[in-house]
Design a protein around this ligand. Structure first.
Ligand SMILES: Nc1ncnc2c1ncn2[C@@H]1O[C@H](COP(=O)(O)OP(=O)(O)OP(=O)(O)O)[C@@H](O)[C@H]1O
Ligand SMILES: [Mg+2]
Length: 365
């Protein structure tokens, strides 16, 4: 689309809560008409909305009915969503209904449900860890031949909830139980343990083309009982083992195999013992975890949120400086959503200086 007279164009914002507020405010400040959807009438993002729809972001059919009532008045240009899981599927359905470029509904369903994602990727030769899928009511039949192994919900609502590394026989039962309690699609996965670091490619897809931003390292800690918790993110020394090139290669395969035309695209990998990346998960949303609020503004020389809005509406004219400043975010200890925790952000001119700052800070804790 041409970036003129943006007031004529309407952006559909899925959710209007605290974490969607900056996204809505950015889209509004760029001049778009905002249609915001949230079941909570008090959601703070409604402040910037030109049209408000009070529905759950899970309820695509009802949302489409309400949007249909506005379609004579408005010219839809894109959908913006920051939440993982079911709202990704709602976004795909809305795009399909209104003929907006997006992710095919079947692809969104496959990529959001990790059991379906594993099956789809193994059929398409996209590298993934070896896996087994169990229904929660038959998971007592799960057989574990080789430890360590990772057990996780096939779909969960909170990052890391239900995920454990099993290193001892006596942890098999409790870890499977923990995954079962946290899955919302009735399935759990047992996966080969990959030993490498957690890498995340921050990128977008526009017009079917990969628009890579950078590779990050996700810092997770394995607690004594094997459960995982999120500790932070840092920029990554990406030249090691051609990881950037490998990540782009897998991302491009995903785009073509799943026919992704336009989407946020945050992909997680782990490397195996040969330093080859394998796909852990795909996020088709612009992501939470305070990255937009706290990390990207320090790491990037460009406005990530502006780019995210432009990508969502298909503007690809922005010339941006992709140089990334060594940056890390560490979340405070605690339970529940990361966005509700405190955090510390570090930046430095080199990765070595960054590591030094981080280790000094942890010595002081
Ligand atoms: N096969 C694996 N081998 C080693 N570690 C793994 C494996 N699968 C998952 N993990 C670890 O568990 C963490 C969480 O797993 P995963 O990313 O699948 O779930 P999640 O982060 O809870 O999901 P979401 O990001 O959708 O909320 C990973 O970041 C990684 O540290
Ligand atoms: Mg993850």
């Amino acid at each position: 689309m041409k970036a003129t007279n943006l007031r004529d164009f309407a952006v559909i914002c899925l959710a209007a809560g605290k974490s969607q507020l900056p996204v809505i405010a950015k889209a509004k400040s760029l001049g778009f008409t905002i249609v915001a959807i949230d079941q909570n009438k008090e959601a703070p993002g409604f402040e910037y909305a030109d049209y408000k729809i009070y529905l759950s972001t899970y309820d695509a059919d009802q949302i489409i009915k309400e949007l249909n009532k506005l379609k004579q008045k408005l010219n839809w240009v894109g959908v913006i969503n920051r939440s993982s899981g079911p709202p990704v599927i709602s976004a795909a359905k809305i795009c399909k209904h209104f003929g907006l470029p997006g992710v095919p509904v079947e692809s969104a369903e496959s990529l959001v449900n990790k059991d379906q994602m594993r099956i789809a990727c193994s059929k398409r030769n996209i590298p993934i860890p070896n896996y087994k899928i169990y229904d929660v009511d038959e998971c007592n039949t799960a057989s574990v031949d080789l430890l360590p192994v990772v057990v996780k919900p096939a779909l969960s609502l909170i990052g890391k909830s239900g995920v454990s590394v099993i290193r001892r026989e006596d942890k098999i039962g409790p870890s499977i139980q923990y995954a079962s309690e946290n899955t919302i699609n009735n399935k759990i996965l047992l996966e080969e343990f990959l030993q490498g670091p957690d890498l995340s490619l921050v990128s977008f897809v526009n017009d079917g083309q990969l628009f890579p931003i950078c590779l990050l390292e996700e810092i997770n800690i394995e607690k004594k009982d094997g459960t995982l918790s999120a500790k932070g993110y840092k920029t990554c020394d990406s030249d090691r083992y051609n990881w950037t090139q490998q990540a782009h290669h897998i991302a491009n395969n995903l785009i073509s195999e799943f026919n992704i035309v336009r989407s946020a695209f945050m992909i997680s990998f782990r490397s195996d013992s040969n330093n080859n990346l394998r796909l852990i998960e795909v996020h088709l949303d612009i992501g939470g975890d305070l990255m937009i609020e706290a990390f990207y503004p320090k790491a990037f020389n460009f406005d990530f949120l502006k780019l995210a809005v432009e990508m969502a509406v298909g503007i690809s004219e922005s010339q941006i400086d992709l140089k990334v400043k060594p940056t890390a975010i560490y979340y405070n200890e605690g339970e529940g959503l990361l966005s509700n925790r405190g955090y510390k952000v570090f930046t430095a001119n080199t990765m070595e200086m960054l590591e030094e700052k981080i280790s000094k800070a942890s010595l002081q804790n």
